[in-house]
Design a protein around this ligand. Sequence first.
Ligand code: UDP
Length: 232
Amino acid sequence: MRRVVLKLSGEALGGGTFGVAPDVVRSIAEQIAAASTEVQVAVVVGGGNFFRGAELSQAGMDRTRADYMGMLGTVMNALALQDFLEQTGVQTRVQSAISMTQVAEPYIPRRAIRHLEKGRIVIFGAGAGLPFFSTDTVAAQRALEIHADEVLVAKNGVDGVYSADPRLDPDAVKLESVTYSEALQKGLKVVDSTAFSLCMDNGMAMRVFGIEGDGSIADAIRGAEVGTVVSA
Ligand code: UDP
């Protein structure tokens, strides 16, 4: 059975505001649940709707402490997503990279694989548990560790990888496909460069797509050719 790691940014779960937007999380959860009967799905959640370490550090906080705050934000997103997924009737497990046994299992990759094999959706929270990392990179790492077929990076505000930043360059065009080295050379920041490198070095496939549009998340999970495919 196809196995994917879906990366959802905090911004997507927050609907553009601070905190979680329940209606948005519900609609995302319904799409994931619908597709999860055909595909094994693990989700890595971001935390940008709460805190980003780099931003707090620019505002004067110690970077590592700020990054831990960022990671804790991802756990709140994981719990919100878990709740709306379970309301649809699917089974889920949250695994956290920072131990907090009252709310989540610890991250145990072999157990995550077992959950997926049993048809449960696994949500990875707390990033890698390491400051200076992003959840994009964690999505790539988790995909490698649980032997996923593909990393699906869901973006909001952009529907794939562009030749340049479309918010800054009016001539930017959407690419059907791009290689990791091209993306890195051109400094395309739609996905974190560490995530691109990790996938490039280890032969992991990636698809970058937009969450806007009906059913795009479910389509991407099922293997539709949405957005941009990034390959070695
Ligand atoms: N973070 C971290 N280590 C990790 C993952 C996340 O320190 O392994 C922190 C970092 O401060 C980051 C914040 O958590 O800014 C939220 O994650 P991210 O920015 O990747 O979320 P997204 O932009 O996808 O919502």
